[in-house]
Design a protein around this ligand. Sequence first.
Ligand code: FES
Length: 375
Amino acid sequence: MTAGKSRFHGLRVSAVDRLTDDSVALTFAVPPELRAEYRYAPGQHLAIRRRASGAEGAEGAAAGATPAGAAGGGEIRRTYSVCSPVLGADGPAEVRVGVRLVEGGEFSTYANKEIAVGDLLDVMTPAGRFTLEPRPGHFAAIVGGSGITPVLSIVSTLLARQPEARFCLIRSDRTAASTMFLEEVADLKDRYPQRFQLVTVLSREEQQAGLPSGRLDEERLSGLLPALLPVGEIDGWFLCGPLGLVQGAERALRGLGVRRARIHEEIFYVDAAPAAPAPASAPTHSTVTAQLDGRSGSWPVREGESLLETVLRNRPDAPYACKGGVCGTCRAFLVDGEVRMDRNYALEPEETEAGYVLACQSHPATERVELDFDR
Ligand code: FES
């Protein structure tokens, strides 16, 4: 599914399951007429929108939402990975996501403390390219904290649907009590003892003799990985979690000779970074033309704003979720002109080489820029 085809629909919460003291799993029921639209690949994510009380079209806002939790702009959006397996080719009757409480996080606080069964939320159709379609092979993941969420969908789908596949999951968390989806992962171990290998590393807790503890950083992984599995024979590596863990794991894998094309990454947290100042060569006046849902328009770009912000002022239906260069929802094809991106933690090198950019991170580097959100 391309970002351009992403749409919000109101979905009803059918279950709220507490996973740990600071995380919940939310299940949304998908009505039969929307199931085809919510068909997802294992590893994809959903953006969830919370509108301010009284905002236009508040149909999709959760019942019982308090205005204090919504951002001043009228809504907040967050993306959460689907954790449930893909069971068949038909669209799902429900989708389940995991939400960890982030300190000071408006949406995660709302999700952990207020959302109840029966609430109606705006949920975007699935997106994301951190996916693995089941195929034979030996795969591995290195995840930190809530980074387990998409990988749980990937591994449970793979092992259920592909008898010729094996998976090694290396996960790190602070303590056993703070580990999300502990039972679901233990079930996989019981069900597939020959094909599923699990290594848990706890940073703030002593474990039984022989099990590693401490932080999973580059140095640690460089020593640990060759002792655990045949690094050079792994068909795909899935790295997911905070920026530091993912970057450290990538450096360790590259140092062990793994090709970049075999490494897939999804970052969950990135500290807000100030936008880079515009270079002296940046044009003083620029116009962006954007194609979105088959309609196109051209608008002047205001000083300092991203191309997404320009488009959103004129087309509020433009796709986005994080606005931080992490989720990839705002991906667009650069048809004409040049842009300067502040940062990119979402697009793979092949995508940028093919001409895709993140609109939320892009600033014009030429007087005319043309984007296509539909490609
Ligand atoms: S909105 Fe998430 S990367 Fe642009």
